[in-house]
Write a protein that binds this ligand. Structure first.
Ligand SMILES: CC(C)(COP(=O)(O)OP(=O)(O)OC[C@H]1O[C@@H](n2cnc3c(N)ncnc32)[C@H](O)[C@@H]1OP(=O)(O)O)[C@@H](O)C(=O)NCCC(=O)NCCS
Length: 177
């Protein structure tokens, strides 16, 4: 468990229709470009988002955001409910204070309650294993990605058991660079 003693007081909420502009601002600030802003917009508007959360500071400012989108499985794991964590963004002024971790942990808890079996992520191998993501498990997931940065986390017994699975990501990822 990370030390959250310097975490600013934040609360975590589902993203509502009125939050879209503030969410776009925090994604843009975190990544310093438009590509991830467009990705989230496209995922949202093609109905691919399974869950979208924001972190709000006590003074009402949007400090961070995380999106989870639907992944389609084929093969042995075709019945699995699979989602993909991407992107996660924390405003540069507030990075490394535990907000990203709080968003990811809260999102994973919600996904478990929603009955998701498996969550995939492509990101720094130094960051995601603390949440249980594992590159070994992801070797049983046939995807356009591979290697240490491609990790998987099972949220149910089936997510560990009904593998291998061949996956396709939501179409906005195809045009994402
Ligand atoms: C990556 C990001 C979401 C992490 O959120 P955060 O609130 O800053 O991180 P937390 O405070 O929860 O966690 C801090 C820890 O994560 C590590 N960390 C943060 N970003 C990291 C990165 N890009 N690579 C590796 N480790 C990273 C820190 O070193 C720190 O590790 P420690 O606990 O061992 O000291 C945030 O820094 C961010 O928005 N970055 C820019 C956008 C981005 O790269 N998003 C992720 C793409 S996969």
């Amino acid at each position: 468990m990370s030390d959250l003693s310097n975490t600013p007081r934040i609360s975590i909420h589902p993203v509502g229709a009125g939050d879209e502009a503030a969410v776009a601002d925090v994604i843009r600030a975190a990544f310093g470009q438009e590509a991830e802003v467009r990705l989230v917009h496209n995922l949202r508007h093609c109905g691919a988002l399974v869950l979208e959360l924001l972190a709000r500071t006590d003074d009402g400012r949007v400090a961070g955001h995380v999106a989870f989108s639907r992944v389609t499985g084929a093969g042995a794991g075709h019945r699995l409910q699979i989602s993909c964590l991407a992107p996660v963004s924390v405003h540069p002024d507030l990075q490394r204070t535990g907000i990203g971790s709080a968003l990811i942990r809260s999102g994973l808890e919600d996904l478990r309650k929603l009955g998701e079996d498996l969550v995939l992520v492509l990101g720094p191998p130094a960051y995601y294993p603390r949440f249980g993501f594992d590159a070994e498990l992801a070797k049983k997931v046939q995807a356009p990605y591979a290697g240490a940065a491609f990790m998987a986390l099972a949220l149910s017994d089936a997510g560990n058991r009904d593998l291998p699975v061949e996956v396709s990501f939501a179409s906005p990822f195809e045009e994402f660079e």
